[in-house]
Ligand binder design. Structure first.
Ligand code: ZN
Ligand code: CU
Length: 487
């Protein structure tokens, strides 16, 4: 580049973390429209907008691989994600997706985590994808089809395996979704709507994934006492369908299982050589989902995150409520349902061991519709950068960033994203590596993190000066379109 050139956005003298895991270097980066056009010494370039990045870091926008933002994408500004530097999300995890489903009754838990009956109004996946096109979200979205959603829309009762006719009907729905651009199939075999599904039922669906270039993600049948058997089931499904499997929110749950991440990670690491596998985790030692009575024996402390009959219980501890009401924990849980909860039932040493594992991606598993959500919704990515990378020293900053950018882009097939590279999408996060830190806590969970200076999605600013800009430049990332971009 000898002549001065002109671009839309020029970020100068910034420490560039390119997403590959390589150490940062200082340079300039130019954006035209929605793409990165040049990286280097661009001091003689003209730009419609120049940003001085001295003392700051620039990275590819973070990819939140595990979310339940199906509905949030359509209705909100996604500030809980953009304020963390997240520019793309994967929705439809844990077996639950908003589509394809239209409901004539209230959704059974955990489908109620992402919407009420009135929100399940997409009988086909194409209609949901079209809604994302019509009301573009603030961030990009790659969409999974939920196995439980397919079951709820197909079966008259969920406490049994699907019949061959029902499997055929679910396969037709899954095929429609894959043709509409879904990137894969998720399961939540630990949840009531899917508990009775045998491995073979999932295998019959997963067969459709390979021709579509799609993947399988799973909230496994057990994350506690039977976690290794559950891993075997996930591996078997991936093998029989010959598709990559991502194990969601990899963890060991319950006091009796503390320390077992040594065993589960070793098992994963051996199997990784035999078939394509991935895993994600969130950086906290407490989990969150619907309030389930069967989980109470495993968790010493439980906090209520929402309750339809008892909204006043939100943010309170279950044991205190039980004492006040003069009843057992089980009885208190029953009175609160439908409800959501945070379970304090993991070992910090397991969390750190799993985060340290080189193949672990970051997925928040944030629940955007909870009244008093788990802090992972607002804090996951800055917490990995500030707490676990900078303060605890689990890994260098560039490695933390790799697990949030290029690693997930490759595993989920988000072609042309996840790196600072010419012709890649201008999904960018500008942050202060010295001060970046989560501020969301269990007591006060809806807190903007420190140190995230500006965030761009497809070249447009979505977060700046501590607030959302209101822009909605995100796109539905369709599987086929991304594959064509590749060839
Ligand atoms: Zn899950
Ligand atoms: Cu989840």
């Amino acid at each position: 580049m000898t002549d001065p050139d002109t671009c839309d956005l020029l970020i100068q003298r910034v420490s560039l973390f390119d997403g590959s895991g390589a150490p940062p270097y200082v340079g300039d980066l130019a954006v035209i429209d929605d793409k990165i056009v040049v990286i280097g010494d661009l001091h003689n370039w003209r730009a419609r907008e120049k940003v001085d990045g001295q003392g700051l870091a620039l990275a590819p926008g973070f990819i939140d691989v595990h979310t339940h933002d199906d509905r949030a994408l359509l209705i909100g500004d996604m500030a809980n994600k953009t304020s963390q530097g997240v520019t793309s999300v994967v929705v439809g995890n844990c077996g639950i997706s908003l589509a394809p489903l239209s409901l004539r009754a209230a959704p059974p838990p955990p489908l109620d985590l992402i919407g009420t009956q009135a929100d399940y109004t997409y009988p086909t996946f194409a209609e949901y994808m079209d809604a994302l096109d019509r009301q573009p979200p603030a961030v990009n979205a790659a969409c999974l089809v939920g196995h439980s959603t397919l079951r709820v829309g197909t079966m008259d009762r969920l406490d049994r395996p699907a019949t061959s006719d029902e499997i055929a009907a679910m396969r037709a729905k899954l095929q429609e979704a894959l043709e509409a651009g879904a990137i894969g199939l998720s399961t939540g075999l630990d949840y009531q709507p899917a508990e009775a599904a045998p491995t073979e039922e999932v295998q019959a669906l997963a067969q459709l994934l390979k021709p579509a270039g799609a993947i399988h993600t799973t909230h496994m049948r057990s994350e506690g006492d039977h976690v290794t058997e559950a891993m075997d089931e996930a591996f078997a499904i991936g093998k029989s369908a010959d598709v990559p499997v991502v194990i969601s929110h990899f963890k060991v749950h319950g006091k009796a299982n503390f320390g077992r991440s040594v065993e589960t990670l070793a098992k994963f690491d051996t199997q990784r050589l035999r078939q394509p596998l991935g895993l994600d985790a969130y950086p906290y030692s407490a989990s969150s989902t619907v309030l389930k009575s069967q989980e109470l024996s495993e968790a010493p402390k439980v906090m209520v995150t929402w309750s339809t009959p008892h909204p006043e219980a939100t943010g309170r501890m279950l044991d205190e409520l039980a004492t006040e009401w003069g009843c057992s924990l089980e009885e208190a849980a029953k009175r609160l349902q439908p409800a959501g909860a945070v379970y304090f039932a993991m070992d910090e040493a397991d969390v750190r061991r799993i985060l340290s594992y080189p193949h672990t991606m970051i997925g928040s598993d944030g629940l955007p519709h909870d009244t008093h959500p788990h802090p992972r919704l607002w804090g996951s990515f800055p917490r990995v950068l500030g707490h676990y990378a900078r303060e605890v020293g689990l890994f260098p900053m560039e490695e933390a960033i790799r697990r949030m950018t290029s690693l997930p882009a490759e595993r989920f097939g988000l072609t042309g994203r996840g790196r600072l590279k010419q012709n890649y999408a201008a999904d960018l996060v500008l942050f202060d590596p010295q001060s970046v830190k989560d501020r969301a806590t269990f007591e006060n969970p809806k807190q903007v993190s420190d140190g995230i200076v500006a965030v761009w999605v497809n070249g447009k600013a979505v977060w700046r000066d501590g607030r959302p800009t209101g822009a909605r430049p995100g796109r539905a990332l369709r599987r086929q379109q991304m594959q064509t971009a590749l060839s």
